[in-house]
Design a protein around this ligand. Structure first.
Ligand SMILES: [Zn+2]
Length: 374
């Protein structure tokens, strides 16, 4: 199959041309050909990768049912996402186990929309003082036996660890030795503790600025360390609600190609205002803001990746080419899967999307199959 467009976003340039697709892969990039699908007038981009998403369209990863994960995977297609990490929240151990087993099964069985990369275990190994929307009563001390049980489900791609907890560095080494990525956040760690965690292999800061110690002149904090340390990628929720425009600009200026757009979207994504749940807790969605019914903490978002890219471009002022990188190339690199996905290049999976000038997602292809047609 040959796809044509006058603007194809490759790894380092935008070109007019043709993509030859076969067996689920990009076989060739050509300057002329016979197009089977003509996407002239649309921008062809690598499929977006959302590495931190709880749910959407009325479904939550914690529902722990195949139908829920499959519905989230279809929902993600509408915003241009072709791969994602279903994300759990802090809950009683049996509930987390059930959600993880479901992720593993769904990944094996296959889903009908965006592909499952692997689960992100967000909680229970976080700092109670920086819990955000995680229920405090289920936050536990780090114990490697418990962690091994979660890992044994085969579902996990990344684990969240708060670096200031007892045994945090051991847990990071433990995960890395088992091929699991470690993301750090939900933590009162100081800059030295964060630096240490990165030395042991943690490589992603969870929703930068949110639920971590801030930057001040004599205590640069969690935020400060992640802004200057090139050993870590930075998730950011670019909805202009979780983090201000100026703070996002600071991050972009410091970290450029380490910035990763995430949604942290929960089940209300794509639905009207009202009362919903995030894991165990009741939340209220009003004016696009999700807050805990009790206490009023921000509780995830209803953001889409395409809106995050649009905000990065239109409001933060990042060139579109770089904003797209933040949603595809950078997350793939952060998860160590850039040899397979995250850019349009010969030999990579044919995961691609096409958008119009108003950031509407018009076309989506996953593994060489058209999931959303023009
Ligand atoms: Zn969080």
């Amino acid at each position: 199959m040959i796809i044509k467009s006058d603007e194809i976003f490759l790894e380092n340039e935008i070109i007019p041309g043709y993509l030859s697709i076969g067996d689920g892969y990009i076989k060739d990039i050509l300057t002329e050909g016979q197009a089977d699908i003509d996407l002239t007038g649309l921008k062809v981009l690598p499929g977006f990768i959302d590495i931190h998403v709880h749910g959407g369209n009325g479904f939550d990863t914690m529902d722990a049912e195949y139908e829920a994960i499959d519905a989230i995977s279809r929902y993600k297609i509408e915003e241009g996402v072709t791969s994602f990490c279903p994300t759990t929240v802090t809950a009683p151990e049996p509930k987390i186990m059930k959600a993880l087993k479901n992720i593993a099964e769904a990944k094996q069985r296959g889903v009908s929309g965006a592909k499952i990369i692997g689960g992100f275990l967000e909680g229970p190994y976080i700092d109670k003082e920086f819990k955000g929307a995680h229920p405090e009563e289920f936050i536990v001390d780090i114990d490697l036996v418990g962690l091994q049980k979660y890992i044994d489900t085969g579902a996990i791609k990344s684990v969240a660890i708060a670096p200031n907890l007892d045994n945090a560095y051991d847990a990071i080494k433990f995960c890395k030795a088992r091929g699991i990525d470690v993301r750090i956040g939900h933590s009162g760690a100081d800059c030295g503790q964060v630096q240490e965690a990165i030395k042991y292999g943690a490589n992603i800061a969870i929703h930068t600025y949110n639920a971590m110690t801030g930057l001040s002149h004599r205590s640069p904090g969690f935020v400060g360390e992640t802004l200057v340390n090139d050993g870590i990628y930075n998730e950011i929720i670019c909805d202009l609600i979780h983090v201000s425009k100026r703070a996002i600009q600071v991050l972009v200026k410091c970290k450029r190609d380490k910035v990763v757009l995430i949604t942290d979207c929960m089940e209300a994504g794509g639905l009207p205002e009202g009362v919903y749940k995030l894991g165990e807790l009741e939340v209220v969605v009003k004016d696009n803001v999700v807050r805990l019914a009790e206490g009023g903490s921000l509780a995830g978002s209803t953001l889409s990746v395409i809106s995050a890219v649009k905000n990065m471009n239109k409001i933060i002022g990042v060139p579109l080419f770089q904003a797209v990188k933040m949603a595809a190339q950078n997350p793939a690199k952060a998860l160590g899967i850039y040899d397979e996905i995250g850019s349009l290049a010969v030999g990579k999976k044919a995961d691609l999307i096409a958008i119009d000038d108003d950031f509407n997602v018009k076309f989506v292809m996953v593994d060489g199959k058209v999931i959303k047609a023009v």
